[in-house]
Design a protein around this ligand. Structure first.
Ligand SMILES: [Zn+2]
Length: 158
């Protein structure tokens, strides 16, 4: 280790001017630094942080707007019956196999899913166990059961 010459004051890493004890402190890197330079430096860093945070916030807002626009377009794309949905409903389209269909209670189950409620006015194709169907409908705030507005037989493969 080489000792620092005692006549030479350490220099401030920010302004490169000599640092005399009294108006200085030790930075987080262990260097002597002017108290004034340090506080200015910290202020600059804080301003940069704020700028970065604002940019991130703007970016997030843009992404959110995009997602909302896409979601708003989505239901009319997939379901012609979307105009009959309640205001806060979310449309869905599902393809699956019939587990059970009860014409009395109008309850439809697909394999591995929760029961759907099928209103009386919805006409049902002839369904048997394992019939492949496309179910179109909506739900409100993820409440059960999901309401069916259309049921179509899906083409079977194989
Ligand atoms: Zn300085």
């Amino acid at each position: 280790m080489r000792a620092r010459p005692p006549t030479e004051d350490p220099t401030c890493p920010i302004c490169s001017k000599p640092v005399r004890s009294g108006a200085s402190e030790v930075s987080e890197h262990g260097e002597l630094i002017h108290t004034r330079c340090r506080s200015q430096h910290l202020q600059l860093r804080a301003i940069e942080e704020v700028g970065r945070a604002q940019k991130a916030q703007e970016r997030a807002a843009t992404l959110l707007n995009d997602a909302e626009r896409r979601r708003a377009v989505h239901p009319s794309d997939v379901s012609p019956a979307s105009s009959t949905h309640p205001v806060n409903a979310t449309g869905f389209v599902l393809v699956g196999r019939v587990r059970s269909w009860n014409p009395g209670t109008r309850e439809l189950r697909l394999s591995g899913g929760s029961p759907f409620s099928v209103p009386d006015e919805v006409s049902m194709p002839p369904l048997t166990h394992e019939t492949s169907v496309t179910v179109i409908g909506y739900y409100v705030n993820r409440a059960q059961p999901w309401i069916v507005t259309e049921v179509h037989l899906s083409p079977t493969f194989g």
